[in-house]
Design a protein around this ligand. Structure first.
Ligand code: 4NP
Length: 158
């Protein structure tokens, strides 16, 4: 059976497209790709149709990870199309929960912070790197890689 995962951030040009690409990269490495469908979306619509931020593409590229997705905005349909919706920060989480409220929470997906799966239980938000420097992108990628390792382990155990 396919497990469908949607990563969500604000703009869908930095954190969630990187999470999507990292997840695809790790699933491929572990020969698990055929069991999963992976996508990403933003809660906002400002960047719809755009490629990921070049700073994030460059930082991920140095790790051998190719970010190919184009930005899109999350839809109400997504809440019933995906099994797991993984948000980057508390604002994304609240925004997606508010969408679920529009459907009276009659949804099939589980919504939770991606860093629920991270090894450092004191960090529950992936910081927004958009207005920061190069170091911020590396920190985001470190957090994403760690949490996605935990996510894949968890999904393979269940
Ligand atoms: P993301 O980063 O949510 O990780 O894609 C951002 C991208 C753009 C903006 C904010 C955050 N923005 O304000 O345009």
């Amino acid at each position: 059976m396919l497990t469908k995962i949607l990563f969500v951030c604000l703009g869908n040009i930095c954190r969630s497209p990187a999470a999507e690409a990292i997840c695809l990269f790790k699933l491929k490495q572990q020969e698990l790709l055929e069991n999963f469908q992976v996508d990403s979306a933003g809660t906002g619509a400002w960047h719809v149709g755009k490629e990921a931020d070049s700073r994030m593409k460059d930082a991920a590229g140095k790790r051998g990870i190719l970010i190919e997705s184009k930005a899109r905005q999350i839809t109400l349909d997504d809440l019933n199309r995906f099994d797991l919706i993984l948000t980057m920060d508390n604002t994304n989480l609240k925004d997606v929960e508010n969408l679920a409220d529009e459907l009276n929470s009659q949804i099939s997906s589980e919504i939770r912070p991606l860093l629920f799966y991270g090894s450092n239980k004191n960090i529950l938000e992936v910081p927004d790197p958009y207005y920061g420097g190069e170091k911020g992108f590396e920190e985001v990628l470190d957090l994403l890689e760690d949490a996605i390792n935990g996510l894949i382990l968890n999904l393979n155990e269940t």
